[in-house]
Design a protein around this ligand. Sequence first.
Ligand SMILES: *Cc1c(COP(=O)(O)O)cnc(C)c1O
Length: 449
Amino acid sequence: MILGKTLESWYATHPLIRDLVACRETSWFNPGTAPAADALQDVGLSADDVADASARLARFAPYIARVFPETAGSGGMIESDIRPLRALQQALSKQYGVELNGAMWLKTDSHLPISGSIKARGGIYEVLKHAEDVALAGGLLRAGDDYAGLDSEKARTFFSGRKIAVGSTGNLGLSIGIMGSTLGFQVIVHMSADARQWKKDKLRSHGVTVVEHTSDYSVAVAEGRRQADADPTCHFIDDENSTNLFLGYAVAAERLKAQLASAGVTVDDEHPLFVYLPCGVGGGPGGVAFGLKLAFGDAVHCVFAEPTHSPCMLLGVYTGLHDEVSVQDFGIDNVTAADGLAVGRASGFVGKAMQRLLDGYYTVSDESLYRLLAVMEQSEGVCLEPSALAGVPGIMRVLGEQQGYRARAGLSAQSLAQATHLVWATGGSMVPPDEMKAYLAKGRALLAT
Ligand SMILES: *Cc1c(COP(=O)(O)O)cnc(C)c1O
C-alpha cells in the first residue's frame, strides 16, 4: 500500500505514475493552470516583496564588489548573461529529425560569479538578508550606511559570534558557505551523501564546517534544522520552506526582462517566452518562475525539468499530495548524476503556491543529460554540469506534446513560430577540469553508441 492505495489503483487514477515508477522519461502539462492575474494571489508574496529584495541586493552591491573583485565590473551585481543557441538548436533538430520552430536561448547561471550556480541568487540573498537584520538590530549598521563598510575587522568580529546552518546536496552549501564565511559568520553545512568531494573540500578551505551525512538531502536538511533549533545563535536556512530564498531567485526575472529587451527579443502574447527550469526541491525554479509571471504575465510559460530518478515535484503536483509524498514511497531511488536535483520530497510551499502558474513538468534520464552535455560543448563550446542540461529537451516536449496543452494555452502555430525558448543553465563553471573531462567523455561515448 502507498499512502492508503495499492500501486494498481494509483495507476488507474494517475496513469503517468507508471512512467515515473519505471524511471521512463515523461511529460505532464498541468490542466489546472490559471491566468497569472488570478493565480499570483496563491503565492502570498507580491511584486513589492521582489522589489524589496532587489533593493537589498543593490544596498549590498558596493560590499560585494569589494570582497568579490570578479563582480566589480557589474558594480557588485551578481548576474549572468543570456546567449542564443543557434548551433545547438540545429544539432538537436538534426539528431532528433524534427523541425524546431522558435529560437533557443541559454541563461548562463552556470557562470554566475562567487559560486557558479543558480544558488548564487537565493542562497547569497538569504545570507545578506540575515546579515542586514542582525547588523541593524545589533547597531553595526544604520539605515543609509554604505555597506562596503562591512568589509572590516569590526564587522567580521561582530558576525563571528553567530552561526548559519543549511542542509544541501552541494551547491546551496557552496553559496551559503562562501558568502557566510566571507562576512565572518560560522557556517555549518550538512551535506547529503551524494555531494561531490570537491564541493566539500572547497567549503573547508573557506573555514566552513562540513557535516557529512550518509543519507539523502531530506535527512541532511532535517538534521541541520534539528541542530540549529537547539542553538539560539544559529540561523537555519530552510531550503524546503524559505520565502527569503524564493525572493532572492525571483529578482532574476526583471533583470532577464531588460536583457531580452536589449537583445531585441520581443515577449508578448504573439511572441511567447518558454522557460525551462531544472527543479530539485523547487525553491530556485519556483522563485524564478514567480518573478517571471510578475514580469511577463501570461506571455511566459514556465516548465520544470527533473531527473527520471528524482521526479518529486511532478509527483507532488500531479497527485496533489505535494510534500506528503516522496519518490521513495513509490520505490523510486532518488539516485542521479544531476547534482542539486537529487531530491525525493518537494517543497510543500512551492508546489502549492505555484501549481496554477506552472505549465508543465517533465523528466530526463541521466543518460540524456550526459549526451546533451556533450552536444552543448560540441555545438556551443559551453561546459555545464549534468543537471544544467535538464532544460534543453523542453522545446521538444512542448512542440511534441499530445495532452492538449498548446491548444489550451492558446498557442497558435503563428505564435510558436516566433517563440523564444530559454534554457536555464543552473551550474557548471566551478566543476574542476578533471571532473568536466570525465563528464564530457561519458557524454561523447553515449553519443557514439
Ligand atoms: C539547486 C539546483 C537546482 C534546483 O534548485 P531547487 O531550489 O533545489 O529546486 C538546479 N540546478 C542546480 C545545478 C542546482 O544546484
